[in-house]
Design a protein around this ligand. Structure first.
Ligand SMILES: [Zn+2]
Length: 169
């Protein structure tokens, strides 16, 4: 059996990806996109434990990627960090003993990954817990209530209250 290598976008860290194997890769610029303290601590810990490997892609694969995305028109929608991460995925895939999966919630990235025929998942569908919470919001005055607010109408203005998901990091 081949090892599965994960290539991680910033959204993976922000949404609480917990590395289980030793084969998790990202590029330096991605770690700089992780701003919130809790995600940063988890990320640094994973790096110290050797569970996340920070790697620069070879120029060869950066060039190859540039060629592909300039043809597909995705060039302008991707950040410098995104491009390097995709180049790293190409490089790892080029090693024939490697299976890889890219974790990203970015639609432009996912679009390019489809073109490159590289497997990917969004963090949410990967089933990582603790990402979303429910709240109830009044459609009239926009007041927010806890998920267990027991009524269908707003106690302030009487408008309808609906349930929605919010990001909790
Ligand atoms: Zn209201």
């Amino acid at each position: 059996m081949n090892d599965l290598y994960y290539v991680l976008d910033a959204s993976a860290f922000i949404n609480g990806f917990e590395p289980k194997s030793q084969f998790n890769f990202t590029v330096p610029e991605i770690t700089e996109e992780v701003k919130d303290l809790k995600s940063k601590i988890l990320l640094n810990q994973a790096i110290e434990e050797g569970k996340i490997i920070i790697k620069e892609p070879n120029q060869e694969f950066v060039d190859e990627l540039d060629k592909i995305i300039s043809q597909s028109g995705d060039d302008l929608r991707l950040s410098y960090a995104d491009k390097k991460l995709l180049a790293l995925a190409l490089e790892l895939l080029n090693d024939k003993d490697t299976s890889i999966k890219v974790l990203t919630d970015d639609y432009s990235m996912q679009n390019v990954l489809r073109i490159l025929d590289i497997p990917y998942d969004s963090i949410i569908t990967e089933g990582i817990k603790g990402v979303y919470n429910w709240v109830k919001t009044c459609e009239g005055c926009k007041n927010e209530f806890d998920a267990d607010y027991p009524f269908d109408d707003c106690e302030i203005c009487g408008s309808k209250v609906f349930k929605r998901r919010i990001k909790t990091y």
